[in-house]
Write a new protein. Structure first.
Length: 299
C-alpha cells in the first residue's frame, strides 16, 4: 500500500486502511442508525459475483446470467461511487463552496442553520452520506446498465493498481467527466489481472461504424496493405470482446493509463499486488496536487 500524502509504502491488510469505524453510523432525532450491516451484505453479494466472474474468465453470456451479474455489480458500483472517503470529502467541500457563494450573494447565517433532527454538523454530513448511499442505485444504476461492458485483462508483469476510490471515470472523447456524459468510461479493477470497463455507447458505435467501413473495402486492399489488415483485426477483436464477453488483452501502456486514473481518483491510498509504486511517485513528482484526490474549483 502507498500513502500519497506521506510518500511511504508498507504492507498491511486492506481492511485496516480501507475501512473506517462508524463511518456509516449517524443519529436522526437522537436515535442511532447505521448502514454497516446493509453495506456488508452488499459487499458479500458483490464478492460472490466477482469470484464467479474471475473463475469463469469472461463476462456472463446467457440472458439470465447477464441480468444476475450486472444487477449485483451495478448495485455495488453505484454505492462505491458515493461511499468512499474521497467522495465524502468532495461532497463536504462542494457544500462549503456553495455556502461561500450564497454568503457572497447576501444569504444570512440563519439560512445555514441545520434542522434540529440531524443535530451537529458532523452528524448532518453523515446523514447526507447515508442518504446518497441509499439513493445511489436509483441515481446511477440506469446509466451504468446502459453502458457497453467489457472485461479487460493484463499480464502479471503489468498488473492493475487499486485506489481507495476504485470506481474511476475517464472520458476517451476528451470531454467532461460524469457518469452519463458522451465518451465517459467507468473503470473498476477486479483483481491484479482483470478490470471492468463500462463504455459510453457512442464509443462502441464508432467501433461498429469502423467495422462497416472495413467490410466495404475489396479483399485486395487488405492484401496490399498489411497495416489495414492489422487495423481490421483489432476492430474485430474489440467487437468480439463486447459481444461475446471475452477479455480484451491490454497493452502495458493501456494498463498504465487506467492505473494513472486510479491514482488521480484516490483520496490517499493506492494498493498494489507487487509493491511497485513508481507510477504513483512519478505522478506526484510531476504534480503535487496528485497527493490528494480531485478537488472542486468554482469559476
Amino acid at each position: 500500500m502507498f500513502d500519497k500524502q506521506t510518500g511511504k509504502s508498507f504492507t498491511t491488510g486492506a481492511s485496516r486502511i480501507a475501512a473506517e469505524w462508524d463511518f456509516y453510523s449517524f443519529e436522526f432525532k437522537g436515535f442511532p442508525l447505521s448502514l454497516e450491516k446493509s453495506l456488508s451484505e452488499l459487499e458479500s453479494e458483490a464478492a460472490s459475483c466477482i469470484k464467479k466472474l474471475l473463475e469463469r474468465g469472461r463476462l456472463a453470456m446467457s440472458e439470465q446470467e447477464i441480468i444476475a451479474e450486472r444487477s449485483a455489480l451495478v448495485r455495488f458500483l453505484s454505492v462505491q461511487l458515493v461511499r468512499t472517503r474521497g467522495s465524502f470529502d468532495r461532497s463536504n467541500q462542494l457544500s462549503e463552496k456553495l455556502k461561500e457563494a450564497l454568503r457572497n450573494l447576501g444569504a444570512p447565517e440563519s439560512f445555514f442553520d441545520l434542522p434540529p433532527e440531524v443535530g451537529s454538523a458532523e452528524n448532518a454530513q453523515k446523514e447526507l452520506l447515508a442518504e446518497r448511499i441509499c439513493n445511489a442505485h436509483k441515481d446511477f444504476g440506469p446509466a451504468l446498465l446502459k453502458k457497453d461492458w467489457v472485461l479487460m485483462s493484463t499480464s502479471f508483469d503489468a498488473p492493475f493498481l487499486l485506489g481507495d476510490h476504485p470506481v474511476a471515470i475517464d472520458n476517451l472523447a476528451g470531454g467532461k467527466l460524469g457518469i452519463n456524459v458522451p465518451g465517459a468510461v467507468i473503470y473498476f479493477p477486479l483483481s491484479p489481472q482483470f478490470a471492468l470497463g463500462l463504455h459510453c455507447e457512442s464509443l462502441v458505435n464508432e467501433v461498429h461504424k469502423a467495422n462497416g467501413r472495413f467490410l466495404k473495402l475489396p479483399r485486395e486492399a487488405f492484401l496490399r496493405n498489411r497495416e489495414l489488415y492489422v487495423s481490421y483485426n483489432a476492430v474485430v477483436e474489440t467487437m468480439e470482446c463486447f459481444v461475446n464477453g471475452i477479455p480484451a488483452k491490454l497493452a502495458p501502456e493501456n494498463v498504465e493509463n487506467i492505473n494513472s486514473i486510479q491514482i488521480l481518483e484516490a483520496e490517499r491510498f493506492v494498493f498494489s499486488c507487487d509493491g511497485n509504486f513508481e507510477l504513483v511517485k512519478d505522478m506526484i513528482r510531476a504534480d503535487s496536487r496528485v497527493k490528494n484526490g480531485p478537488r472542486i474549483n468554482v469559476s
